[in-house]
Design a protein around this ligand. Structure first.
Ligand SMILES: Cc1cc2nc3c(=O)[nH]c(=O)nc-3n(C[C@H](O)[C@H](O)[C@H](O)COP(=O)(O)OP(=O)(O)OC[C@H]3O[C@@H](n4cnc5c(N)ncnc54)[C@H](O)[C@@H]3O)c2cc1C
Length: 515
């Protein structure tokens, strides 16, 4: 199975590509068209198909290519934005709504498991959140109190299932975990069996809300009543790109010498936090651990993130082998809750679901429920709470938006070091770097055969300069998270156009002509 990075995730290793039956779009008109074959797109498509709609799901690559193929698949009702923060930003009643709808989302997954007889290593487990100093303990108490108030069932715990020293811990009931790609493929199959249509290797390139919605794709034009962007972040230029910041997180699947695999989902309270759980895949157990998150394109040496994570884990776990390590991207919302509903600037029939932070396994199913309600039944309290058009002047919002305006910083200060042509030769095999040659910035990648690939480092989304990601061998944009492979082909939106290829020979000739 393919993914939008070079490192192989545990899920890719253990799953084949979802079979592609359609190489063209069979009909010209659908009730609902959904772009994006990750957990959000497929869950939402299934929900509408079950409700009797005629649905088409279009995926630019193959199912699970995006973050769903690089997730760690904890299913939570305690979220990355803790309930005390949600309460502060949105009020007590809305915090209760978040607890209720996330519980519904996990129930929805369980319902699908039962209805379609899906085997995907799903297990309900308690989650443990623990503190390691006084400050964290105070934070933990605030989280516990607000979570209880919101309706989350929890208790203080004397033990946690990982061998890490702690001060205090809480245990939250009825969280869960599964194999995300086994689940994704199974619900995709159910969607097709219910009459839904999936077309892989088909990118949506333009959408216009006219009398009906006109959708342009790489396989031709098609129309629908309602269109949904389940592309993790919508392509193009949209207000949501200022409200969602791209982050990367690092994960490892580890075999332990002592077979002492934790029975539960576990989180510390560091910033960024570490997360742990166990999954059995093809008869072998793995400890899946993650952390080291940073804003996309803001870490010079992404390999170092893996090294730091591994050395941290080795302090506590009896590691036999790190069997898989990978990194992936998520989008942090400005005020702590996802954006699900009308795409800003498009009040009619174009919808979006994004800004899930590290909780997209659950929020994808919240999106499926909320979008179904919104499109079929109209507005309710959930659709208002998650509306992408909400304006929440929460503390820190201005700072968040400013930080997210790396666009300006990148363009104005030109922070990249200007290097010389001789450095073309300095690149190691498999390495990329942005260099300055004459008046031009060039993103250079030297492949494993020593062949140089030169591309224009200006992101085709909003013209920031891309950075090289050593770990995944990709060009990542620090502004809004667009990502390209080493040859400049789009891997992750919001960009919808590849980076331009630069002919080095032409550039050198041009310089000689000017000399
Ligand atoms: C390391 C890591 C660990 C995580 N762990 C957890 C966890 O434990 N629990 C949890 O709840 N969440 C977790 N998350 C978050 C969660 O994985 C994501 O929120 C979730 O996978 C997003 O799913 P999605 O379907 O919205 O997006 P994606 O899975 O990214 O899918 C989007 C799809 O859209 C396609 N696409 C893009 N543009 C177009 C286009 N124009 N036309 C057609 N198709 C297009 C892409 O190819 C892609 O396949 C984690 C995230 C990371 C990075």
């Amino acid at each position: 199975m393919q993914r939008d990075g070079t490192c192989t995730s545990l899920w890719q290793y253990s799953m084949p590509q979802y079979p592609s039956l359609n190489t063209t779009i069979p009909d010209k008109f659908y009730d609902i068209i959904i772009a994006g074959g990750g957990i959000t797109g497929v869950s939402t498509a299934l929900e509408f198909q079950k409700a009797g709609k005629k649905c088409l799901l279009l995926e630019a690559h193959s199912l699970g290519f995006g973050t769903t193929g690089g997730t760690t698949a904890h299913l939570n009702t305690i979220m990355d934005t803790p309930y005390n923060q949600i309460e502060k930003n949105f009020g007590e009643k809305n915090a209760q709504l978040v607890a209720t709808i996330t519980r519904e989302a996990i129930k929805n997954i369980k319902h699908n498991l039962y209805q379609y007889n899906i085997q995907c290593g799903f297990e309900e487990q308690p989650a443990y959140l623990f503190s390691q100093d006084e400050k964290q303990t105070k934070e933990l108490q605030q989280i516990a109190e607000a979570s209880r108030k919101a309706g989350i069932e929890l208790s203080y715990a004397d033990e946690i299932p990982v061998p890490i020293p702690f001060n205090n811990a809480i245990r939250v009931e009825r969280q869960a975990r599964f194999h995300p790609i086994e689940y994704l493929h199974a619900i995709a199959k159910a969607f097709e069996a219910d009459g839904g249509v999936i077309v892989q290797n088909c990118r949506v390139t333009n959408v216009e809300d006219n009398e009906v919605v006109d959708v342009e794709t790489t396989l031709g034009k098609v129309q629908c009543k309602q269109f949904i962007y389940a592309t993790h972040i919508p392509p193009g230029v949209n207000l949501l790109h200022l409200r969602c910041a791209p982050y990367r997180s690092y994960a490892m699947a580890i075999r332990l010498k002592n077979y002492d695999y934790p029975n539960g989902l576990v989180y510390d309270l560091y910033e960024p936090y570490h997360y742990y759980r166990t999954q059995e895949v093809k008869g072998a157990k793995y400890l899946i651990a993650g952390g080291e998150d940073h804003k996309t394109g803001h870490e010079e040496n992404t390999e170092a993130c893996f090294l730091r994570l591994e050395s941290y884990l080795r302090k506590f776990f009896d590691i036999d082998v790190v069997a898989f390590k990978w990194s992936s991207q998520y989008y942090e919302p400005a005020d702590g809750l996802p954006y699900i509903g009308h795409l800003p600037g498009h009040p009619g029939n174009i919808y979006v679901a994004t800004g899930f932070g590290g909780n997209g396994m659950t929020y994808s199913n919240v999106a499926a429920i909320v979008l179904r309600d919104l499109i079929i039944h109209g507005e309710n309290e959930y659709t208002k709470l998650f509306s992408p058009n909400r304006i929440k002047p929460v503390a820190g919002f201005t700072k968040f938006v400013k930080e997210n305006l790396d666009v300006a910083k990148e363009l104005i200060t030109k922070i990249l070091p200007a290097e010389k042509l001789e450095e073309f030769a300095d690149l190691a095999y498999g390495e990329g770097r942005v260099v300055k040659y004459d008046r031009h910035f060039i993103a250079l990648y030297k492949d494993e055969q020593g062949q140089l690939h030169a591309i224009n480092p200006t992101c085709t989304h909003m013209k920031c300069t891309v950075h090289w990601n050593t770990a995944e061998k990709t060009w990542d944009c620090p502004c809004h998270g667009a990502r390209y492979d080493c040859e400049g082909k789009v891997l992750t939106g919001p960009a919808d156009r590849d980076l331009d290829i630069i002919e080095l020979k032409e550039l050198i000739n041009e310089k000689e002509e000017h000399a």
